[in-house]
Design a protein around this ligand. Structure first.
Ligand code: SAM
Length: 239
């Protein structure tokens, strides 16, 4: 794939702008090539029904079991505002918009967002936002009930970028709001000197995830799937 140079020594560069530019370039290239495949690589060709059905299954498995904790008692999800970091072409966004009152669907790639807009333009409660790859600007502070991200952070090649998203999630959440995020917790193979790139991003130990959560101000309510690619943290902004 063109323009997909490996990012060397990213933790030493300390320049999030360079990483952000690389992420946008690479994901725009993927959006040109085969967006649905790069969003959900189980198949190279998807028809509309099965593609959006796969998103509904992920919402059923990763959001619905926590819906009472997210809503905090008697509220309906229709009363809540949520943010999906890395919405891609709207695979999960469609179902999230059926559940929640308002969805900010955020992505680093204009190509992905344009495809999502074409598919879901009629869903009036979705607001698409092109992010700079590391922040949730222009979403105001203390205005969101729930922030969610799935198969996105595992692709980011810099721990500093992920840290920035944790701080941003904390900023935009209301007190008592929830951040549920999937990170790659699989151990590195000590035999290989893997260099993270925008496809195979950074990985976190359980201790690093706990530190990331607490240094961003969150209380960790649960962590599951430790030591696997599908490690989930469920975090709450204190009241
Ligand atoms: C594998 S796709 C998953 C999309 C969606 N979460 C889903 O499950 O259908 C990863 C998405 O994350 C986006 N992405 C990658 N790096 C990002 C970043 N730093 N900030 C926001 N979005 C990012 C990509 O453009 C892509 O749309």
């Amino acid at each position: 794939m063109q323009n997909m140079d490996t990012i060397q020594d990213i933790d030493n560069i300390q320049d999030l702008e360079i990483v952000a530019r690389q992420m946008r370039m690479d994901w725009d290239e993927r959006a040109l090539q085969n967006p649905r495949f790069f969003v959900q690589s189980a198949k190279s060709e998807w028809d509309d029904a099965e593609f959006f059905r796969s998103g509904e299954v992920n919402v059923a498995n990763e959001v619905m079991p926590d819906i009472h904790r997210i809503c905090g008692g008697s509220r309906s999800p229709r009363e809540l505002t949520m943010v999906e970091i890395g919405c891609g072409v709207g695979r999960m966004t469609r179902m999230l918009s059926a559940l929640f009152g308002k969805v900010y669907a955020v992505d680093v790639s204009a190509g992905m967002i344009n495809s999502a807009r074409r598919a879901l333009g009629d869903y009036r409660n979705i607001e698409f936002l092109l992010t700079d790859g590391k922040s949730l600007y222009p979403i105001p502070a203390d205005t969101v009930d729930f922030v969610f991200t799935f198969i996105v952070l595992q692709h980011i090649p810099s721990k500093d970028v992920i840290k920035s998203y944790f701080h941003e999630a904390f900023r935009i959440l209301k007190p008592g709001g929830v951040f549920k995020a999937q990170l790659n917790g699989a151990a590195e193979d000590p035999q290989t000197q893997r260099v993270p790139d925008t496809w195979d991003g950074v990985r976190f130990s359980t201790q690093e995830m706990e530190d990331l959560a607490s240094s961003s101000g969150f209380q960790m309510e649960s962590i599951t799937g430790c030591d696997t690619q599908y490690c989930w943290v469920f975090l709450r902004k204190p009241w």
